[in-house]
Design a binder for this molecule. Structure first.
Ligand SMILES: [Zn+2]
Length: 332
């Protein structure tokens, strides 16, 4: 069963107290950095609200009919609204449908809950169609908006929700939590730094191909600087690995080189496992040059999704890397 994350205790007690006092707001915005478990919190809260003894227990019992239906993903009094598979956007039809659903009486006589995540992905029409329900919710409605970027939500939506903020957890607590969920050969502190302190993101980084692919991207870039491989071939490889992921790591590494050159302290680098390589690359490069290249990477990250010619864009970025980090001795 979904459990309460240790760094969510305060927010949990806050909502539980309101639920017990009978003054739970009908619309809540759960906001904060990505990868800290806001969606998990929302789901656990909905499950508690629907559970037959959730109010007294302060958590879902896991055994009542509501809990069993919820665990099977079949509870009729809750819905999750997310972008459809083929799209990144939550469309107006999805929101309209769920608003109509909220207008009907609940099947089990309690609350009816919807979670909209990531809420900032609602397009403007979808957000507008939610407004009426936010203004005049039917009895027992509970609307949870989950967002990493609440600033992208229209002010009209923001002003109709009560806000519950989540922050990056205490580092020591987070390192221990991550340590319990990854292989013994991985470094929880490094993962957490790479995830900017977000524990769920750190665990995600430890899983699947993320780390081996990160190593491959670095190897390819090394081959490029050594002149062993061409920008075209490398750009092809990177598109296969995933453009967003590749650009994200390149951005991350350049940011680390800037940290190194600005502070002179290698220990401030996030990618501690690649410290030696990054320090070596940064030799002979100016801060201004690094800042310029960081800007280009940021621009490429913004443009690559849906770009008409991703190969060309990636090739340009790879060539710029070559220009920036070609060892000084080989420059003409
Ligand atoms: Zn229950």
């Amino acid at each position: 069963m979904n459990a309460l994350l240790p760094w969510h205790r305060t927010q949990w007690q806050n909502l539980l107290a309101r639920l017990r006092a009978g003054n739970l707001p009908h619309a809540l915005l759960l906001s904060g950095p990505a990868g800290i478990g806001k969606k998990q919190f929302a789901a656990l809260f909905v499950q508690t609200v629907l559970c037959e003894t959730g109010l007294s227990l302060g958590k879902p019992c896991g055994r009542c009919q509501s809990c069993l239906l919820y665990a099977a993903g079949n509870h009729p009094d809750q819905r999750l609204v997310s972008p459809l598979e083929s799209s990144k956007v939550i469309g107006v039809d999805q929101v309209r449908e769920v608003c109509q659903y909220l207008a009907h009486t609940s099947q089990y006589g309690g609350h009816k809950a919807i979670i909209i995540t990531p809420a900032e992905q609602m397009n403007i029409n979808a957000a507008n169609s939610l407004l009426k329900t936010l203004e005049e919710p039917s009895t027992g409605s509970l609307i949870l908006l989950v967002s990493d970027r609440p600033g992208r939500l229209p002010a009209t939506v923001l002003s109709r929700c009560q806000h519950l903020n989540f922050t990056i957890p205490d580092r020591e607590e987070a390192v221990e939590w991550v340590r319990g969920r990854i292989g013994a050969d991985m470094d929880p502190a490094l993962l957490l730094s790479l995830a900017e302190g977000a524990p769920l993101r750190a665990v995600e980084l430890a899983q699947g191909d993320v780390f081996p692919e990160r190593a491959r991207i670095m190897q390819e870039l090394e081959k490029l600087v050594q002149g062993i491989e061409s920008p075209t071939g490398i750009a092809e490889q990177f598109l296969k690995i995933g453009a967003q992921q590749t650009l994200y790591w390149m951005y991350n590494w350049v940011a680390d080189m800037i940290r190194h050159l600005s502070c002179g302290g290698e220990s401030r680098m996030v990618n501690r496992d690649l410290q030696e390589k990054l320090v070596k690359l940064a030799r002979g490069v100016t801060l201004l040059g690094l800042h310029r290249y960081l800007q280009q990477l940021s621009e490429a990250l913004r443009l690559i999704e849906g770009h008409a010619n991703p190969q060309l864009l990636m090739e340009n970025i790879v060539m710029d890397w070559q220009d920036a980090f070609l060892p000084v001795r080989t420059r003409i």
